[in-house]
Design a protein around this ligand. Structure first.
Ligand SMILES: CC(C)(COP(=O)(O)OP(=O)(O)OC[C@H]1O[C@@H](n2cnc3c(N)ncnc32)[C@H](O)[C@@H]1OP(=O)(O)O)[C@@H](O)C(=O)NCCC(=O)NCCS
Length: 120
């Protein structure tokens, strides 16, 4: 059986890593990718790094797969992560197997080139 693809992306500043995101093909359903883990250094939180990491993961998944479903599980008390998912247009619903968690689904879509200001 072919191993599922797993990707790690980091945010860094100078020689220091400030955040990391891990995402992979969902092993039980390869029509989806899953965000497994995301974290930003405590002193660097709330500066947009987590949002950038998730956006970068969505963009990478689009490069690999085209338009694709991306899922994650978030604790209901994790306000920053829920805010990021809301901002990125996630559908969210209660996890039927775990009342403490929310299941999120974002459709990763190719960027509209019309949104980009061409460089000179
Ligand atoms: C979750 C995490 C990755 C977010 O990273 P981050 O770099 O702080 O996130 P950002 O700065 O990009 O965005 C945070 C958003 O949450 C919002 N936010 C922060 N605290 C909040 C609160 N208490 N209530 C509501 N919204 C809140 C911010 O306003 C921001 O939204 P905005 O950009 O619309 O203003 C980071 O907090 C972290 O590493 N937490 C510990 C690990 C973790 O929980 N990982 C996720 C497991 S699912």
């Amino acid at each position: 059986m072919k191993a599922a693809v797993e990707v790690v992306s980091v945010a860094y500043e100078g020689a220091s890593i400030t955040g990391v995101i891990v995402y992979r093909e969902e092993p039980s359903d390869t029509s989806k990718w899953e965000i497994c883990s995301i974290g930003v250094l405590i002193p660097r939180q709330d500066e947009g790094i987590g949002t950038s990491l998730k956006e970068a993961a969505l963009a990478e998944i689009v490069v690999r797969k085209g338009t694709w479903d991306v899922i994650s599980t978030v604790n209901k008390r994790n306000a920053p992560m829920l805010a990021i998912n809301r901002k990125l247009g996630a559908e969210m619903r209660d996890d039927p197997d775990d009342s403490k968690h929310i299941l999120t689904l974002i459709k990763a879509v190719p960027h509209d080139p019309g949104d980009v200001t061409p460089s000179k």
